[in-house]
Each structure stands twice: as structure tokens, then as C-alpha cells.
Ligand binder design. Structure first.
Ligand code: HEC
Length: 125
């Protein structure tokens, strides 16, 4: 009886914490969407459109410079980067330091929390 109660207690605490995690994820994505306003001048959310910058739909885990109809810089084309969370972080912290010679205008988001939010949002695209 004692064990059963303990197990039930454990199950209850697990489901409570997974709700909290889901909430946090949604909040991070929403905050990231706000920060993404810095990017929309050049990056369209319409997947069929390359604006001044390439479409970022599906960018997470995509190989850099891999969209067929966008004229990427040689620097990005030869970078051999895949857009993992870690590489996205380096890119938004200082794209032209990470990939010298990129055509994307300098972006510098150094706040770790802001980076987390933006990356959480980029993953949803
Ligand atoms: C002034 C226009 C401009 C702004 C603002 C801008 N970008 Fe870019 N972005 C570009 C261009 C142009 C490229 C292509 C770079 C190249 O070929 O070297 C690019 C490339 C990228 C790539 C690589 C895509 C791929 O297909 O490999 C990512 C990721 C990216 N930008 C994210 C962002 C994020 C996130 C922001 C906002 C914090 C942002 N960009 C702001 C113009 C912009």
C-alpha cells in the first residue's frame, strides 16, 4: 500500500513537471517570435519565397546554403555547416565572425536567454 502511494505520487509529479516544460517551451517560442522581428525584413516566412535572405522554413538541421534558388555567398556555400542549435547560436551571436565573408548583414544577439528563445522559435519553422 505504501509503495503504491509512493508510485502514484511519482506519476503525479512527473505529469506536473511535463506540463511545466511544455509551457516553458511555448513561452520560449513566443519570445523568440518577437526577436525574429529583427530578421523578417530579409527572411520571409513564405516557404516558396526567398526575399533578400533565404527562406528559413525548415532551417533547423538543414545544411547551410542548401536552398536551390538562392544566391548564397561562396563563404556560406563552402562552410559545410548544418544548422544545429549550436551552430544557430554561433550564427546569431555574430554571423560574420562565424562565417567570414557571409552576405548576411552583421547580427549580434549575445544574451543567452534571447538566443535560446530565438532558437526555440527557429525550430518551429
Ligand atoms: C539585412 C538582411 C538580413 C537580416 C536582417 C537577417 N538576415 Fe539572415 N540572411 C541574410 C542573407 C543575405 C543570407 C545569406 C547569407 C550568405 O549567403 O552568406 C542569410 C542567411 C541566414 C541563414 C542561413 C540560411 C541557409 O539557408 O543556410 C540563417 C540561419 C539566417 N540568415 C538567420 C537569420 C536570423 C535568425 C536573423 C535575425 C536575428 C537574420 N538572419 C537576419 C539576410 C539577413
Amino acid at each position: 500500500m505504501k509503495t503504491k502511494l509512493a508510485v502514484m505520487g511519482l506519476a503525479a509529479s512527473i505529469s506536473v513537471s511535463s506540463v511545466a516544460v511544455a509551457d516553458t517551451e511555448a513561452m520560449m517560442q513566443a519570445a523568440g517570435k518577437d526577436i525574429f522581428n529583427k530578421c523578417t525584413a530579409c527572411h520571409s516566412l513564405d516557404s516558396s519565397k526567398n526575399a533578400f535572405g533565404p527562406s528559413l522554413i525548415g532551417v533547423y538541421q538543414r545544411k547551410a546554403a542548401s536552398l536551390p534558388r538562392f544566391a548564397y555567398s561562396d563563404a556560406l556555400r563552402n562552410s559545410d555547416i548544418t544548422w544545429t542549435a549550436e551552430n544557430l547560436r554561433k550564427w546569431i551571436a555574430g554571423n560574420d565572425q562565424f562565417v567570414p565573408g557571409t552576405r548576411m548583414r552583421h547580427v549580434e544577439i549575445t544574451d543567452k536567454a534571447e538566443q535560446d528563445y530565438l532558437i526555440a522559435y527557429l525550430k518551429t519553422l
